[in-house]
Ligand binder design. Structure first.
Ligand SMILES: [Ca+2]
Ligand SMILES: [Ca+2]
Ligand SMILES: [Zn+2]
Length: 407
């Protein structure tokens, strides 16, 4: 699909069209593919850094001096605060930040404004559902924006970036990516190098991506181009297929840079890319390097949310103790207390909507591993430590949840 719409970009920068259009084309992306959807998990909560009580006694080492059992009040589930309602600006726009102070902001412009186009500056609408005033954001639009921001935050969960809806936050940042989400376009487009201190958006995305089954993947995709990423996919002879165009794609893992909205998990890839049939594109490495270069500090990884050596407490909930976290990098391990009353239990893992994480872990007592997750375990009353990590595949970083499920 072609429309006479381009953002004004600094003159020498390549535009990348993201759909069926040819790579040199500044046209818009093909429509996003439908995909199935799961419910969102909303219980992200700040980590509790507890004093570490000693772990309960180990039945196999009874002859040794036994450490005192941990007082249950220090290891049991706690009431985790719900995420506060976002601050709204005068038009009702939720002002959101995922990682305040990060070296690079990713600014999602939901309220439009004057941008360059192929026919000169013009005003572009922001996000607006049909029938709603375009001057304000109603409750449904606010919910859409919060969910979109949450999705983009999950796509970028491993990186030291601050996903924000606030232009003030962008301007106060060292460097930024900047994408316009507009009702005046479909598809999207981005320059192949747009992270910095640019005075204009370097990417745009049709607002339908927020509402439809694409789940804002296209926003992450266009910003990925700004981090210099090419489309990911498969070369067959001299023909390149984006993942979503490749007939043999399994529809399970949907690479962000390969289209891939049909995938049940959406994340980054390390593999073949459109720019060169003979080299690999290590997308996580490239984004991290760009964060360091543009943001001027850090190593590009998001800080760890839960320490390995200091278990955090689970959150109380009506459906059992639970906690959400992020495996931010290869080798990260998060740990939590399990204060168990005895009996058969399963430590159930899941990934929130759009997260590509697949985690596994250990149920530990002292140095003894008593079992893993997602299987029933018979455990005597005691205090245990749950250690969570990704299974190790490149695609398995990201946000996860644990839940203690008595059998
Ligand atoms: Ca509106
Ligand atoms: Ca972590
Ligand atoms: Zn693209």
């Amino acid at each position: 699909m072609m429309r006479p719409f381009v953002l004004a970009l600094s003159c020498s920068v390549a535009l990348v069209a993201c759909g069926d259009a040819t790579p040199s084309d500044a046209g818009l992306d093909a429509n996003a593919q439908p995909s199935s959807d799961a419910s969102a998990s909303a219980d992200a909560a700040p980590s509790a850094q507890d004093a570490s009580p000693s772990v309960a006694t180990d039945a196999t080492s009874r002859a040794d001096a036994e450490p005192a059992p941990a007082p249950s009040g220090e290891v049991g589930p706690i009431e985790c605060p719900a995420r506060p309602a976002p601050t709204l600006d005068a038009t009702g726009l939720p002002l959101l930040e995922s990682n305040p102070g990060a070296p690079v902001a990713l600014y999602l412009d939901f309220n439009g404004g004057t941008y360059g186009s192929s026919s000169g500056p013009r005003n572009y609408s922001g996000y607006n559902r049909p029938g709603s005033s375009s001057a304000t954001f109603d409750a449904t639009e606010q919910a859409d924006i919060v969910r979109s921001w949450e999705h983009v935050t999950r796509y970028y969960a491993m990186f030291d970036v601050n996903v924000t809806t606030s232009d003030d936050v962008r301007r106060a940042s060292n460097a930024w990516g900047w994408i316009l989400v507009t009702e005046d376009a479909s598809g999207g487009s981005a320059s192949l190098d747009g992270i910095g201190r640019n005075a204009n958006a370097k990417a745009y995305c049709g607002a339908a991506s927020v509402r439809d089954a694409d789940r804002s993947r296209r926003i992450a995709h266009e910003l990925g181009h700004n981090f210099t990423l090419e489309h990911s996919g498969v070369w067959e002879g001299s023909t390149f297929y984006k993942w979503e165009d490749w007939p043999a794609w399994d529809r399970v893992y949907g690479p962000i840079m390969g289209g891939g909205g049909e995938g049940r998990r959406n994340g980054w890839a390390r593999g073949r890319h459109e720019g060169d049939p003979n080299t690999e594109q290590d997308e996580i490495r490239i984004i991290r390097d760009r964060i360091v270069a543009a943001g001027g500090r850090g190593d590009g990884w998001h800080a760890d949310d839960f320490a390995t050596a200091t278990p955090a407490r689970l959150c109380a909930s009506a459906t059992g103790p639970t906690r959400s976290g992020v495996i931010e990098r290869f080798g990260d391990e998060d740990s939590f207390w399990l204060d168990w009353s005895g009996g058969t239990v399963t430590i159930a893992t899941s990934a929130p909507e759009v997260s590509s994480a697949i985690v596994e872990g250990d149920v530990m007592q002292g140095a003894n591993r008593l079992g893993g997750f997602d299987q029933p375990l018979s455990l005597p009353r005691g205090v245990y430590v749950l250690r969570v990590r990704s299974r190790g595949d490149y695609t398995e970083l990201g946000a996860y949840s644990l839940r203690v499920v008595p059998q």
